[in-house]
Design a protein. Structure first.
Length: 471
């Protein structure tokens, strides 16, 4: 039977290339053909550059034939979220208002991926300026979930998540200012990691400032590790980049997991929690005992979640309000109404002292979690409190029929604290929709987070959906 190269992981493709059993040209042609048929259903990509991709694939094929690949992901297709600069493509930011002049330089992650030989072939959709946890924009329309196209893939890296789950390239770059790698990873059944802040250099600076991170989204922890080997290299354009280190993440995640103490927190404050999400995550937490962990249930996070959430929202909305100054008032009606409402609310709600207080609380939250990680090696939580919900909704419906605005309480805390956090799939709901488990650890323990995610995922594999193709 002919192998379907679109369903291969990056690691699997690399092994096939090395043995001469497949080629980068064959693989990218398969991905491009599948994208042509599937993307009209999902709207995961706003740009596909097939001609350039084929040229990159031919160059990669020559390297593999000579036995001189640039890395283990040489010749593997990768999509880039539209908030991340790609030379020759406009940085559209999911907005009608942005300058659509092609970028004159790659962002650090894109540059490093090219140096590793990865094939940069498509630009994935995002919510406008990455401002919300679902993916639809006035510019590109609605992005859908491959597990059920009536549902959202999450956001803001929703296009990236939908693409990888649907077999439109095994690697994707997302960004995460409050969960935007982890939320769509949860909703699409992927492994996605927000590494320690500064581990993956970024440029130009994000609108969300020091909350924002760039990260990999893949089907496996190993593929995330292979991406981190490339994109974690230092770049002088990032003023907050961590010093370069020599970690080989692909090797580091193979370590033995013994005598690890894990704290499991089911709730961050008083918020609705889907009963199936709670059951699947609780079951998964218990199964970590089989991986060499001692799991201890913790009643509450070490810092009041309401205060942490207030700090995050203050920073997020005041950052968003800058857009009202950058773009002329006459065009403000072209913004996503949700983005415009939040930015306007920030102008009337927050003053200088509110922002100063938010940063003070942020420091306190980080210290509290640092002390938590002195006691525990890892933290487990749900990634998201709900299952994927219907497209064209900014929030899921609550039990009272009103919008549930507290549907994602778990992720943003670790943007405040800068700790590494990953989402790993922990099962499917009765509706056949993925549920994610969040794994967090102390600063700089990125490889350890991926190792634990990989060990769990290997013991609990997920079969990805096969979508009907467009006629």
């Amino acid at each position: 039977m002919t192998q379907d190269l679109t369903q291969m992981t990056a690691a699997q493709l690399g092994r096939l290339y090395a043995k001469g059993k497949a080629s980068p040209v064959e693989a990218i042609k398969a991905v491009l053909a599948r994208s042509e048929k599937i993307n009209p259903i999902l709207n995961a990509f706003c740009r596909v550059d097939g001609e350039a991709a084929l040229a990159q694939a031919r160059a990669s094929e020559r390297r593999w034939k000579k036995g001189k690949p640039l890395s283990a992901i040489d010749g593997v297709a990768v999509s880039i979220k539209e908030l991340v600069r790609v030379k020759g493509w406009p940085a559209s930011m999911g907005s009608k208002l942005t300058d659509k002049t092609p970028s004159d330089a790659d962002a650090p992650a894109v540059a490093r991926l090219r140096e590793a030989g990865a094939i940069v072939f498509a630009q994935s959709t995002s919510s406008e300026f990455g401002h919300k946890g679902v993916t639809d924009t006035p510019l590109h329309g609605v992005t859908r979930n491959p597990w059920n196209p009536a549902m959202t893939p999450g956001g803001s890296s929703g296009g990236a998540g939908a693409a990888v789950a649907a077999g439109l390239g095994p690697l994707a770059i997302g960004t995460d200012g409050g969960g935007s790698v982890r939320i769509p990873s949860s909703f699409n059944g992927l492994v996605g990691i927000k590494a320690t802040f500064g581990r993956v250099p970024a440029w130009p600076p994000s609108m969300t400032g020091e909350l924002s991170n760039t990260g990999p989204m893949c089907r496996t922890a190993l593929d995330c590790a292979l991406m981190l080997n490339a994109i974690s290299r230092n770049d002088p354009r990032d003023a907050f980049a961590l010093p370069a280190d020599d970690t080989n993440y692909a090797k580091a995640i193979d370590g033995k997991l013994k005598k690890l103490k894990v704290g499991f927190v089911l709730r961050f404050g008083d918020h609705p929690l889907d009963i199936e999400v709670a059951a699947l995550v609780t079951k998964a937490a218990k199964q970590f005992e089989k991986l060499g962990c001692k799991v201890e249930e913790v009643d509450a996070p070490p810092f009041p979640h309401g205060e942490a959430g207030k700090s995050f929202v203050t920073q997020w909305l005041t950052n968003s309000a800058r857009l009202l100054e950058i773009y002329p008032e006459a065009r403000h009606g072209e913004f996503d109404p949700n983005l415009l409402a939040g930015a306007k609310a920030a102008l009337g709600r927050y003053g200088v002292q509110d922002v100063v207080a938010a940063f003070a609380i942020r420091r306190e939250v980080a210290v509290a979690w640092n002390l938590f990680f002195e006691k525990y090696d890892f933290l487990l939580t749900p990634t998201v409190a709900v299952q994927p919900f219907a497209v064209l909704q900014n929030w899921p419906d609550g039990l009272d029929g009103k919008p549930n605005m507290m549907w994602s309480p778990y992720t943003a805390t670790f943007n405040l604290t800068r700790h590494p956090a990953a989402s790993v799939p922990c099962g499917l709901s009765s509706a056949g929709l993925p549920v994610g488990l969040q794994i967090v650890a102390g600063h700089f323990k990125d490889a350890a987070v991926l190792a634990l995610a990989g060990a769990y995922a290997a013991a609990h594999p997920l079969d990805f959906p096969v979508l009907p193709e467009t006629p």
